[in-house]
Ligand binder design. Structure first.
Ligand SMILES: [Zn+2]
Ligand SMILES: [Zn+2]
Ligand SMILES: [Zn+2]
Length: 354
């Protein structure tokens, strides 16, 4: 009959302990700092927590019937929420919001992975400049790498505000190693950002070059607006092609290349660029026999003659443009490739109708 006393001492929140018919009587209790006793079933506790199983089994071995498990230094209601989770595997968002930090610590100490996961996620969604330093330290103590990383990122992204909190001040005074770790993380995050920005810009360049390669082939085989092969009539419909922004620029460069007095060796930058584009085309062209792009075969021959000049940086550029070309062609309808009957003898720039 002693249990009745304990029931009376619990709050309404523990109502689910009111007996359903056939459920065994609670046979252990948790003692909280507030002096509250929260009843529970030893078999349930033992089945969800190996740590509690140990604690429950220990007195049995000594023949003692003492069944009180103290959980002190944690708010009583947090302990209630914890005990409720042990028997129902559930807790409310409100409980996570109010006691998430305590529940995380308890789930770590008593080895309850489901609760730990729930807390880690819940706390991670509720990070603030005020609590993030504490959460970071707790995540470290409780071995919660996801939450640790999330806190680090949060601090890194909101450093100006976090720097002014009491938590940060406390950290600076008491845990200079963690402070250093955070500053290092921010430094690395910054260089990660720079690296990916650079990679994005590079990728953009490769895509532009890949598009230029497509346009070059298209100008040299079908012709586009006013520029095209000398032996093919300009298309009746003078509508610009789908990539006209690139195509038009290329057409102007071709026109310039054909008429420039300085040319490549005279130090003309525009001609040099056009020269590189033609060389790039030749490097990726897989049909040099029937290709109508100027200088394609000449470049191929030259490459065969001087293999060593095929330097690593150029090869890398070619590789990147080829893969960018593959990427961009996935999103575009395949252009019909016209089979060229004749092999071109002279594919110099003078073959152009300009
Ligand atoms: Zn075009
Ligand atoms: Zn020029
Ligand atoms: Zn070619």
């Amino acid at each position: 009959m002693e249990e009745t006393h304990h029931y009376a001492s619990t709050t309404a929140a523990d109502d689910h302990y009111s007996q359903a018919p056939g459920t065994p009587e609670p046979d252990v209790e948790f003692l909280t700092s507030g002096g509250r006793c929260i009843p529970a079933h030893s078999t349930i506790l033992a089945s969800v927590s190996p740590v509690l199983e140990n604690i429950i089994d220990r007195p049995r071995k000594h023949g003692s019937s003492e069944r009180v498990i103290p959980i002190l230094g944690v708010p009583c209601d947090a302990v209630s929420a914890f005990v409720r989770f042990l028997s129902s595997s559930r807790c409310t968002d409100e409980e996570i919001e109010k006691y998430g930090i305590h529940l995380l610590a308890l789930s770590h100490v008593y080895l309850i992975p489901q609760l730990k996961q729930r807390c880690t996620r819940g706390i991670g969604q509720r990070l603030t400049t005020e609590n993030v330093v504490d959460v970071l330290q707790l995540a470290r103590l409780c071995d919660a790498p996801d939450l640790h990383l999330k806190s680090m990122k949060f601090i890194s992204n909101n450093f100006k505000a976090v720097e002014n909190t009491e938590g940060w001040e406390f950290l600076q005074d008491n845990d200079p190693w963690l402070e250093l770790e955070i500053l290092q993380f921010m430094d690395e995050a910054e260089s990660r950002r720079k690296r990916s920005r650079r990679r994005r810009e590079e990728q953009k360049l490769y895509l532009q070059l890949a598009e230029a390669m497509d346009c070059l082939e298209h100008i040299c085989t079908e012709g586009c607006t006013n520029v095209g092969p000398y032996d093919i009539e300009p298309t009746k419909k003078r509508e610009p092609c789908s990539k006209f922004a690139t195509c038009e620029g290329l057409q102007m460069s071709i026109r310039h290349f054909a008429t420039c007095k300085k040319r490549v060796n005279g130090g003309c930058v525009r001609c040099k660029r056009m020269w590189q584009i033609l060389r790039l085309h030749s490097s990726i062209c897989d049909q040099p026999g029937s290709c109508r792009v100027p200088l394609c075969r000449q470049f191929k021959l030259k490459m065969l003659q001087e293999k060593k000049s095929d330097d690593a940086r150029w090869r890398l550029l070619v590789k990147k443009v080829v893969s960018a070309k593959a990427i961009s062609s996935l999103s575009l309808p395949k252009r019909k490739r016209e089979e060229m009957k004749e092999t071109m003898e002279d594919q110099g720039i003078k073959n152009f109708r300009l």
